[in-house]
Design a protein around this ligand. Structure first.
Ligand code: MN3
Length: 380
């Protein structure tokens, strides 16, 4: 029996790499559904190559073009956000790979879990925004929730065969981003181009900015707390510029396990897709014959206040992580459009956190409303 996968966000960075894994192992995986939001040409090319049963385009303006291009293929074509959500719940899907960007990953993740699908989660916002809700649903529906984020894949791998009660702390590694060595005052006038230069990972624009501010790492602390049920005070972030160790787990006996590998997202994608198996991969390996060193340092919270903010927001809980995420999405988009300065990102998120009313136990509807309201108010 092949594993039939639905790839949500198939034209993005994680989505295309997921399809490469499926293409390399046609005996194991069958691409059942692919969805994209706007990149219709890439989606058409993928549909012709992978011959899925269902193709969905989020933006309805592209429906006609998609439908016509695939007219001679045996594929069902749909459009709209609702169709994306519905596509993960079909009986013909075994695993949903959620590689959507930002808040948009939440609803499909919820629906996939409710429909009893295994979920490979590349969208960290889902766990940041609605972590408590998601972990409850996962427990209720008894579905596997497999991390695709490299740090969480590393921790997940280190935890195989271990009991969570023996975990002393989780140690998330961070590359430190392009501004690791910059002084606080130098950050005032960094440009979009500076921020988009990531030293070790090649990713989308928004996540690269989040890596520069270390908001990404802050969100990953929240993600780790939700995924593994370890509280904030037992999750540590260390800067590790080489990005060779992807994260670590320290146990009560003082033993530390680390997962290492070249910085390539194909590794965590492959692991999540095939879990509990491992698949062979042809790419390069860490070369221990060549001298190299592994460095670690404490992150400077003065220069990266968004990291400290994420810890605070995690402790406060409720809809605060949702506010932080929405304000960050809005501020980062404005920065990429050249409308605000780099240091405004932090200021605008703090303002949103102070403005949006606190809800201790938000429902899915509350979170959607919090998200919308925060986006409306962040730049005001
Ligand atoms: Mn990561």
């Amino acid at each position: 029996m092949k594993k039939r996968i639905a790839v949500l966000g198939s034209t993005g960075s994680i989505g295309t790499q997921t399809l490469e894994v499926a293409a390399a192992h046609p005996d194991i995986f069958e691409v059942e559904t692919i969805t994209a939001n706007n990149r219709v040409d890439e989606l058409i090319a993928q549909a012709i190559r992978f011959q899925p049963n269902i193709v969905v385009i989020g933006n309805k303006m592209h429906y006609k073009r998609l439908k016509e291009a695939l007219a001679s293929y045996p594929v069902k074509v749909f459009a709209g956000d609702d169709a994306i959500v519905q596509a993960v719940t079909l009986p013909s899907v075994d695993m949903a790979v959620i590689a959507l960007i930002g808040f948009s990953g939440l609803l499909p993740a919820v629906k996939a879990i409710e429909a009893g699908k295994a979920v490979a989660l590349a969208n960290k916002e889902t766990l940041v925004v609605a972590g408590e809700l998601i972990t409850e649903l996962v427990k209720k529906h008894q579905v596997p929730l497999l991390p695709v984020d490299s740090e969480h894949s590393a921790i997940f791998q280190c935890l195989q065969g271990e009991s969570l009660s023996n975990v002393e702390k989780l140690i998330l590694t961070a590359s430190g981003g392009p501004f690791r060595t910059k002084l606080a005052h130098e950050l005032n006038d960094v440009t979009k181009e500076d921020a988009l230069q990531h030293p070790s990972w090649n990713m989308g624009a928004a996540i690269t900015i989040n890596s520069a501010t270390m908001m990404n790492k802050g969100m990953e602390v929240i993600e780790a707390c939700r995924l593994f049920g370890i509280p904030a005070d037992r999750i540590e972030v260390v800067v590790h510029p080489q990005s060779v160790i992807h994260s670590m787990v320290q146990f009560i006996d003082g033993s530390v396990k680390a997962q290492m590998g070249i910085p390539d997202m194909m590794i965590p994608i492959r692991y999540a897709l095939a879990y509990p198996q491992r698949l062979p991969a042809g790419h390069s390996r860490i070369d221990f014959a060549t001298r190299f060193s592994l460095d670690f340092e404490k992150p400077d919270l003065k220069r990266f206040p968004l990291l400290e903010m994420a810890y605070r927001v995690l402790r406060e809980g409720g809809n605060q992580p949702c506010v932080m995420n929405a304000a960050n999405e809005t501020a980062v988009a404005a920065f990429l459009e050249g409308r605000i300065h780099y240091t405004d990102i932090y200021r605008l998120i703090e303002k949103a956190l102070a403005t949006i009313p606190f809800i201790r136990y938000p429902t899915l509807d509350d979170l959607q409303e919090t998200h919308r309201e925060t986006i409306r108010k962040t730049l005001c």
